[in-house]
Design a protein around this ligand. Structure first.
Ligand SMILES: NC(=O)c1ccc[n+]([C@@H]2O[C@H](COP(=O)([O-])OP(=O)(O)OC[C@H]3O[C@@H](n4cnc5c(N)ncnc54)[C@H](O)[C@@H]3O)[C@@H](O)[C@H]2O)c1
Ligand SMILES: O=C(O)C[C@H](O)C(=O)O
Length: 341
């Protein structure tokens, strides 16, 4: 492993990679003891690309770290106490910071109902990232993603360290769900189903583009569309008050982190739909949008546009943009009105 890493460093030099193609890949999870955080920690421990795993939470992170650290893979695992210095140490040198900290939904709630609690949690964690890991790729999982990502951006801007190429709202679960649900209808292997999902991460802002898949006949399938847009509600209802998707989300978050690490280590053509600072609808006042994004050593390499879609999909996109604009504005306004300490 170590030799392989040295070899990689050599290749990196000959290909003139930037300093961001690091020899060590430290991944930090903020909210590591939660329903998502624990299985996400497990999956990161199993990933040979991760060399250091730093686990932080306001409770139980050292315990989770002790547990995960017994797994016989090479990476070092450290749990940190919920103190400012613990948080700073967890973040220092991180290449990837995953943020699943915050409260989940209960039945009857929308993701936006989480805003009042999660906005300040994410704001304060973003400040810590700005101070201790300004060059990290930041992967925001905490809901409502359509608003929490703009909150992080505003904090990074205020701290003078905003790099739009390194901030990602994790929408991978929508893509994972879409491929799974399509495979159930078509009786195929979900791993072969590549469904692009654009927009944001809540209700009608989640827009699957079946016309671009190998099953264009699925455009107009109202049940399938509803399941993709409201898949999160399906889990919230089934868990009956005990939270929302955690295991599938951990898988989705680990997949996105793995894609970023692959791209950072020189792999080409790594593409994931993700919610980023995007030029696609800025002319309509919408600064963030999820579309297919090619990842590279510097984070965002290329943002693909939405491409050719049907009139029906355009109607879905129009509904998405209206909601998305409001969600983004809410995040930006929150930081302006509540800058915190
Ligand atoms: N992006 C997505 O697709 C997606 C999918 C599922 C869930 N989510 C969201 O992820 C979030 C977490 O969900 P969960 O099921 O893991 O919730 P959870 O309550 O099980 O875990 C959240 C963890 O965050 C910790 N936490 C709270 N405040 C913190 C702080 N200031 N610093 C560090 N840690 C802190 C808690 O102690 C807890 O361990 C929710 O907001 C949920 O809506 C997003
Ligand atoms: O639905 C939720 O509240 C959690 C998450 O955003 C999901 O899509 O499962």
């Amino acid at each position: 492993m170590f030799a392989a890493r040295r070899t990689f460093a050599g290749i990196a030099q000959t290909r003139a990679f930037s300093a961001s193609a690091r020899d060590l890949s430290k991944v930090t999870i903020l909210g590591a003891a939660g329903g998502i955080g624990q299985p996400l920690s497990l999956l990161c421990k199993l990933n040979p690309r991760v060399t250091d795993l730093a686990l932080y939470d306001i409770r139980l992170a050292p315990g989770v770290a002790a547990d995960v650290s017994h797994i016989n893979t090479k990476s070092k695992v450290t749990g940190y106490d919920p103190t400012p210095s613990g948080l700073a140490a967890a973040l220092k040198g991180a290449e990837i910071v995953l943020i699943p900290a915050g409260v989940p939904r209960k039945p009857g709630m929308t993701r936006d109902d989480l805003f009042n609690t999660n906005a300040s949690i994410v704001r304060d964690l973003a400040k810590a990232v700005a101070e201790s890991a300004p060059d990290a790729n930041i992967l925001v999982i905490s809901n409502p993603v359509n608003s929490t990502v703009p909150i992080v951006a505003e904090i990074l801007k205020a701290k003078g360290v905003y790099n739009p190429k390194r901030l990602f709202g994790v929408t991978t679960l929508d893509v994972v769900r879409a491929s799974r649900f399509v495979s159930e209808i078509k009786n195929t292997d979900p791993r072969d189903e590549n469904i692009t999902v654009v927009g944001g991460h809540s209700g009608v802002t989640i827009v699957p583009l079946f016309s671009q898949s190998s099953h264009p006949d699925l455009v107009g399938n109202a049940d399938l569309l509803n399941r993709v847009q409201f898949g999160g509600d399906e889990v919230v209802k089934a868990k009956d008050g005990a939270g929302s998707a955690t295991l599938s989300m951990a898988m989705a978050g680990a997949r996105f982190a793995e894609s970023l690490l692959k791209a950072a280590q020189g792999e080409k053509g790594v593409i994931e739909p993700t919610f980023v600072d995007s030029p696609l609808y800025k002319d309509q006042g919408i600064d963030f949008f999820a579309s297919r994004v090619e990842l590279g050593p510097n984070g965002v390499e290329k943002i693909h546009d939405v491409g050719k879609i049907t009139a029906e999909e355009q109607t879905l996109l129009d509904a998405c943009l209206g909601d998305l604009k409001k969600n983004i504005e809410k995040g930006v306004a929150f930081v302006a009105q509540n800058p915190g300490k």
